[in-house]
Design a protein around this ligand. Sequence first.
Ligand SMILES: NC(=O)c1ccc[n+]([C@@H]2O[C@H](COP(=O)([O-])OP(=O)(O)OC[C@H]3O[C@@H](n4cnc5c(N)ncnc54)[C@H](OP(=O)(O)O)[C@@H]3O)[C@@H](O)[C@H]2O)c1
Length: 262
Amino acid sequence: MTSKAAFQNIVITGASSGIGAALAKFYARPGVTLGLTGRDPVRLGVVAAEVEAAGGTVVQGLLDLRDRSALTGFLTGFDARHPVDLLIANAGVLDGRHADGVVEDAEIARRVIEINLLGAVDTLHALLPAMRARRRGHIVLVSSLAALSPLPDAPAYSASKAGLLSYGRALRGAVAGEKIRVSVVCPGYVTSAMTETHIGNHPHKIGADEAARLIGAGIARNKPVIGFPTQLYLLSLISPFFPEFVVRLATKDIRFHVAPRD
Ligand SMILES: NC(=O)c1ccc[n+]([C@@H]2O[C@H](COP(=O)([O-])OP(=O)(O)OC[C@H]3O[C@@H](n4cnc5c(N)ncnc54)[C@H](OP(=O)(O)O)[C@@H]3O)[C@@H](O)[C@H]2O)c1
């Protein structure tokens, strides 16, 4: 068990909103430096001010993680001054079926996979060489229960999160001998700007602060997969063993569409 006080230099991507913002506040305390990234300067500034009010120090990275050189430049620059012991690759987007009933097109599918999967992979590889050299560090990838139980209304989102889950589980085995830890988070519904655009039911939805607490507890225990809430996590794990018509029937009340975001 590693206490959260063990982490001194933390990077969280997608910290300007929702789960990332809640995680930043969860880890904020005197002596901790947080590298927080996002695209919206106002929202990122508000989170940074809250972290600083709790005694933490913040370095803000205003960037789109599809800009690989900006992403890598920020992360390696931060690490050179504050050797990162916890990286949470959390930034992500939801898209899929829209209100007109049409499921995503090729452009949407590419964008979602680029941000959610390739963006997270680029994020971790920017810091992995330095962690390897230090033989220390915990990498956390924020996936989704959609990785285990794919959503018919969001195929690319489901694929991006399944890819991330698989990548993280494989990487955990690959770098265990180098003393680097890897965990993958699979949340169910969490209150955030993302769920506001998810027009449909949100069974067992929890608050972002509660999600941050559960993620922090899973990181402290070095869990390979941090899945919650328990009921939905267990259902997602066993759903591939059910006949397709049973899954369709059981999930008919959680069909949704995605509202455009301003
Ligand atoms: N909420 C849920 O129910 C739920 C469930 C399962 C998994 N998740 C996952 O949890 C993570 C956080 O989601 P959330 O619910 O907290 O959503 P959110 O409130 O919409 O926050 C998403 C964060 O990602 C950042 N981001 C998005 N696209 C980006 C890009 N191209 N470049 C840089 N940053 C980008 C956003 O930055 P800006 O706003 O500054 O652009 C924001 O800080 C995501 O990976 C999501 O898939 C969420």
